[in-house]
Design a protein around this ligand. Structure first.
Ligand code: NDP
Length: 245
């Protein structure tokens, strides 16, 4: 067995769930690449904090919607940390709006980031990931909840679940697993922005566990799939939502 430190690349990990995933994977022994789009300060602050705790981390800017930037991101990570073992497709956006009010521009932005962003990294992963690696894509429990305002978002995530299930089979022979984690409401900027305290409270009461998810709840599930105990789970969508659906 190689004694070299394993490398995890987490897209959109300057803040929110991604930052928690990167932090947890660093604590689990991975060298972590912190990808961001515009949040350079937050990404660099996270790298500094991880390094101060003795971990290996590297911040890398790339818009996941841009195939060229994604390719350059993998090259930069390889150069600074080594070849990637674990890819977490976490970068994503949410803008709650009834389907009939969604502009062409928002529709395109949604699919460019949430769906094509995942396609771009998966396509690279075919050649860039070490054998024995792990891929974890972030979907959403909103797919199961079917709430008004989430049609396009759910469409972007349904595609991600479809990619997950087929790509797991296309990687036959490489010992690479591909799974999706579908969180319920998690207390991050993406979820909280634009919601009243009352609405947030309603969401918090929905699961039988009667609270919002925290980024660490999701990071723990991703860490399981990325770690030794998750190795036999492949091609699955794991809902982590306190039992809401
Ligand atoms: P946040 O809005 O808190 O963070 C989003 C992260 O994605 C940021 O680091 C942001 O970087 C990055 N990002 C956005 N666009 C791009 C891009 N084009 N290229 C690279 N990075 C980008 O979101 P959450 O942490 O809440 O969500 C993370 C994932 O979890 C998403 O895929 C989301 O759909 C999913 N999810 C979230 C739920 C929730 O309730 N929060 C529930 C279910 C699923 P920057 O700072 O540079 O903009």
């Amino acid at each position: 067995m190689s004694t070299q430190q394993k490398v995890a690349l987490v897209t959109g990990s300057s803040r929110g769930i991604g930052a928690s995933i990167a932090t947890r994977l660093a604590k689990d022994g991975f060298a972590v690449a912190i990808n961001y789009a515009s949040g350079a300060d937050a990404a660099k602050a996270l790298v500094a904090s991880l390094e101060a705790q003795g971990h290996k981390a590297f911040a890398v800017q790339a818009n996941v919607a841009d195939a060229g930037e994604v390719s350059a991101m993998f090259s930069a990570v390889e150069q600074h940390l080594g070849k990637v073992d674990v890819l977490v497709n976490n970068a994503g956006i949410l803008k709650v709006q009834p389907l009939a009010q969604v502009s062409d521009a928002l529709y395109q932005q949604y699919f460019a980031i949430n769906t094509q962003g995942v396609f771009n990294t998966l396509r690279e992963a075919q050649t860039r990931l070490n054998d024995g690696g792990r891929i974890i894509n972030l979907s959403s429990t909103t797919l199961a909840l079917k709430m008004p305002g989430y049609a396009i978002y759910n469409g972007t995530k349904a595609a991600v679940e479809a990619f997950t299930q087929v790509f797991a089979k296309e990687l036959r022979g490489r010992a690479i697993t591909v799974n999706a984690v579908a969180p319920g409401p998690v207390a991050t900027e993406l979820f909280l922005e634009g919601k009243s305290d009352e609405l947030i409270d309603q969401f918090a009461k929905m699961p039988p566990l009667e609270r919002l998810g925290q980024p660490e709840d999701i990071a723990a599930v991703v860490a399981f799939l990325a770690g030794p105990d998750g190795g036999w789970v492949n091609g699955q969508v794991l809902r982590a939502n306190g039992g809401v659906a």
